[in-house]
Design a protein around this ligand. Structure first.
Ligand code: SAH
Ligand code: SF4
Length: 448
C-alpha cells in the first residue's frame, strides 16, 4: 500500500478533554502516515476514544465497538484502536478484550505518548494493550491537535483531586497535574500562528491550576498571559469548580481584553445534604455567593452549569431545592444528567439508590424549568449588541452565517462568508429554542 494512502477515522466521545485527546491521537497517527478521513468503509485505522462518565455513554460506545467487527470482516487490513477513559477503568481491559477480540490496540488515558509505537506493532499484526496505572512521562512531546482550525482546546492540567463521590474521572485520569505555563503559552502561540482565533483552556478544575507547580502562579495569572498573545481573539475556559472560584479570577476575567465573560460552574445539586454526600465541598449558600460576586463584577456574564438528579438518597425535598436554584440563578444553559452508578466510586454503594422512573421524572421536570430559564435568558438579550466570532455557514440554514457570543450563545445572521474568523457586532432580534437570530451591525477585528 502506498504510504500516503493510509486513512484514519477518529470517533471521539465524551467531554472536551476526551475530544482533545482524540485530536492528539489523530495527530500521532498522522506521524505514522495516516491522513484524517470521515470514511469508515475505506479506513485503514479507526480510533475510538471512549468516555465512561455515565453508563449511557458506555453502552453507546460498546455498540460502536461491536459494529467495527463487520467493517473488519470486509476489510481485513483495517486496524481498530480503542482508547481513553473506558479502557482505563480498573479491571476493565480484560472484560473489554473478551467482549471485543477484533480490536487491535487498547490504550489507556495515560498511554497517549505510546500510541505511535502501538500503531506500528498493530501494523505488524500484533494485538497490543497498554494501560498504565499511573501517568507516565509528560505529554509535552506529543504533537498538537490538527492545526489551522478556528477554535482549539489546550489542556492546562490533567486529572482531578476532588473525588466527588459519584465521579469516575479521578479514577481514570489520575491526580491533578498542572502543565508548565511556558508549555501552555507556547502551544497557544503555535495554534494562533496556524490560524486559530479562539482557545479554550481545559482542566477538570481550572481554578486549582498551579497548586502543584513550584512557582507561585495561579489560573488568573495564566489567563492574563494568554490574553496578551497577539492575534488571539478569544479565550474560554472550563471547568470552574465553585469551591475554588476566587475573586481574583473573576476580576481577571472582567479586566481581560479577549477573555469571554462566561463561567461554566457546575452546581450538581441545590440541596446542602446532597452536596455534602457528593463531597462537593461547598454549600448552596456559598454557590449563590459566587454567583452574586460574578454578577456584581461582570453583570452581563453568562453562567452555565451541570446538574445531576437522582443521586442516592435524594428526596423530593432535595430535588425541590435543585429546582429552586435553577429558578433563582438564571443559568443561560444547564447540562442535566440522571445519576449513573459508576463502579468503584463511593456513591455506587450508598443506600437508597433512586429508581429509574423517579430519576426520569425529575430529569424531565428539571429540563422543563431550565428550558424556560434558557429562553428567558435569550429573550433578555434581544435588542442588545454582542460581539460574535463568525464560524462559517449555519448548518441548518447554509445561506446564513453562524457564530457565538462571549457567553457561548449560538447566533444565526446574514453576512458575507469572508467574515469567517472575524469578530462582528450583532444585534439580537429573535430568541428561538436553542439559537438567536440577529443582524450584523459592524465588523470589528480579525479580517485579513
Ligand atoms: N470536572 C468537571 C466535569 C466532570 S464530568 C466538573 O467537575 O464539573 C461532567 C459532568 O458529568 C459533571 O459535572 C456531572 O454533572 C456529570 N457526571 C459525572 N459523573 C456522573 C455520574 N456518575 N452520573 C451522572 N452524571 C455524572
Ligand atoms: Fe469529577 Fe468532581 Fe473531579 Fe469534576 S471535580 S472531574 S465532577 S471528581
Amino acid at each position: 500500500m502506498n504510504h500516503q494512502d493510509k486513512k484514519v477515522v477518529t470517533l471521539a466521545y465524551g467531554c472536551q478533554m476526551s475530544e482533545r485527546d482524540a485530536d492528539t491521537l489523530t495527530a500521532i497517527s498522522a506521524q505514522e502516515g495516516y491522513i484524517r478521513s470521515n470514511d469508515l468503509e475505506n479506513a485503514d485505522l479507526i480510533i475510538i476514544n471512549t468516555c465512561c462518565v455515565r453508563e449511557s455513554a458506555e453502552n453507546k460506545i460498546l455498540g460502536k465497538i461491536g459494529e467495527m467487527k463487520k467493517l473488519k470482516e470486509k476489510n481485513p487490513h483495517l486496524k481498530i484502536a480503542v482508547s481513553g477513559c473506558m479502557v482505563q477503568q480498573p479491571g476493565a481491559l480484560e472484560r473489554l478484550q473478551h467482549r471485543a477480540p477484533h480490536v487491535d490496540i487498547w490504550a489507556g488515558t495515560h498511554n497517549l505518548p505510546e500510541f505511535g509505537r502501538l500503531i506500528q506493532q498493530a501494523e505488524e499484526n500484533q494485538k497490543v494493550a497498554e494501560v498504565w496505572d499511573e501517568p507516565g512521562p509528560a505529554l509535552e512531546a506529543t504533537p498538537l491537535a490538527e492545526k489551522g482550525k478556528l477554535k482549539a482546546s489546550v489542556n492546562i492540567s490533567y486529572g482531578c483531586n476532588n473525588f466527588c463521590t459519584y465521579c469516575i474521572v479521578p479514577h481514570v485520569r489520575g491526580r491533578e497535574r498542572s502543565r508548565k505555563p511556558e508549555d501552555i503559552l507556547c502551544e497557544v502561540q503555535e495554534l494562533v500562528e496556524s490560524g486559530c482565533k479562539e482557545i479554550t483552556l481545559l482542566g477538570q478544575n481550572v481554578n486549582s491550576y498551579g497548586h502543584d507547580l513550584d512557582i507561585s502562579y495561579d489560573f488568573a495569572d495564566l489567563l492574563k498571559q494568554v490574553d496578551k498573545i497577539p492575534g488571539l481573539l478569544r479565550v474560554r475556559f472550563l471547568t470552574s469548580h465553585p469551591k475554588d472560584l476566587s475573586d481574583k479570577l473573576i476580576g481577571a476575567v472582567a479586566a481581560g481584553e479577549h477573555l469571554c465573560e462566561h463561567f461554566h460552574l457546575p452546581i450538581q445539586s441545590g440541596s446542602n445534604e446532597i452536596l455534602k454526600r457528593m463531597n462537593r465541598k461547598y454549600t448552596r449558600e456559598y454557590y449563590l455567593n459566587r454567583i452574586e460576586k460574578i454578577r456584581e463584577i461582570i453583570p452581563e456574564a453568562s453562567i452555565t452549569t451541570d446538574v445531576i438528579v437522582g443521586f442516592p438518597g435524594e428526596t423530593e425535598g432535595d430535588f425541590e431545592q435543585t429546582l429552586d436554584i435553577i429558578d433563582t440563578v438564571r443559568f443561560s444553559q444547564a447540562f442535566t444528567f440522571m445519576y449513573s452508578k459508576r463502579s468503584g466510586t463511593p456513591a455506587a454503594v450508598m443506600p437508597d439508590q433512586i429508581p429509574l422512573d423517579v430519576k426520569k421524572r425529575r430529569l424531565q421536570l428539571l429540563m422543563d424549568h431550565q428550558n424556560d430559564q434558557s429562553l428567558e435568558w435569550r429573550k433578555g438579550m434581544l435588542g442588545k449588541i454582542y460581539e460574535v466570532l463568525v464560524e462559517g455557514p449555519s448548518k441548518s440554514n447554509p445561506d446564513r452565517l453562524t457564530g457565538r457570543t462571549p457567553g457561548n450563545e449560538l447566533v444565526v445572521f446574514s453576512g458575507d462568508l469572508e467574515l469567517k474568523g472575524s469578530l462582528v457586532k450583532v444585534r439580537m432580534l429573535e430568541a428561538r429554542s436553542w439559537t438567536l437570530l440577529g443582524e450584523i451591525v459592524t465588523s470589528l477585528a480579525g479580517i485579513s
